[in-house]
Design a protein around this ligand. Structure first.
Ligand code: MN3
Length: 213
């Protein structure tokens, strides 16, 4: 854990194969009732774990076996022959980042340093929140919504399936998983209710501030 109570993602993402499933940064009932322990149990214990298990099998004995997770993501991006490696590696990274983007008692507004940046780059906090929500709701099918830094400015971005900002020249600050497995047990098809509840009650602006550096 770092000074902000979050995990040291640099160490986690810089580790080499065989990869291990990083511990959750809180108990599996910490995000209830927005994200139930049942959802977290499946999402972390089955989906996230499967990406780790799959990647370990895929990279064993290959040129990727001596690379870090981030090295594999960057090396495999955009290469059709490495699509499976990219998808599993990026999903490991995205999920660890997502768990750390949330906390019990989150939501509200960021501290002054980040709030000033948001107001400068979006006009207002509410405009940024509306754009974040819109990205999360308009990502067709599976994917992710992100608050990122791109070209020195804060921006909202969305990615499909396993795709991840680092391979698009963007530095992520926060993410929301909008794959159905992230919310279906708790909200069924109501993605708007899940996204609103995450932004209002769970999103960890302190994590975003720490990532801003
Ligand atoms: Mn997921």
């Amino acid at each position: 854990m770092t000074a902000t109570g979050k995990q040291d993602l640099t160490t986690i993402h810089g580790a080499k194969a065989p990869f291990s499933l990083p511990a959750l940064p809180y108990a599996d009932n910490a995000l209830a009732p927005v994200i139930s322990s049942n959802t977290l149990g499946f999402h972390y214990g089955k989906h996230h774990k499967a990406y780790v298990d799959n990647l370990n099998k895929m990279v064993a004995g290959t040129a990727h076996a001596d690379s870090s997770l981030e090295g594999i993501i960057k090396a495999a991006a955009g290469k059709p022959a490495d699509a499976g490696v990219f998808n599993n590696a990026a999903q490991i990274w995205n999920h660890t980042f997502y768990w750390n983007s949330l906390r019990a008692g989150g939501g509200g507004k960021p501290g002054k340093a980040l709030l000033d940046r948001i107001e400068a780059d979006f006009g207002s906090f509410d405009t940024m929140k509306d754009e974040f929500t819109k990205a999360a709701l308009t990502q067709f099918g599976s994917g992710w919504a992100w608050l990122v830094v791109k070209g020195g400015k804060l921006a909202i971005s969305k990615t499909a399936n396993a795709d991840t900002p680092m391979v698009h020249g963007e530095k992520p600050l926060l993410t929301i998983d909008v794959w159905e497995h992230a919310y279906y047990l708790d909200f069924q098809n109501r993605r708007p209710d899940y996204v609103a509840a995450v932004l209002d009650k769970l999103i960890d602006w302190g994590f975003a501030e720490a990532n801003l550096g």
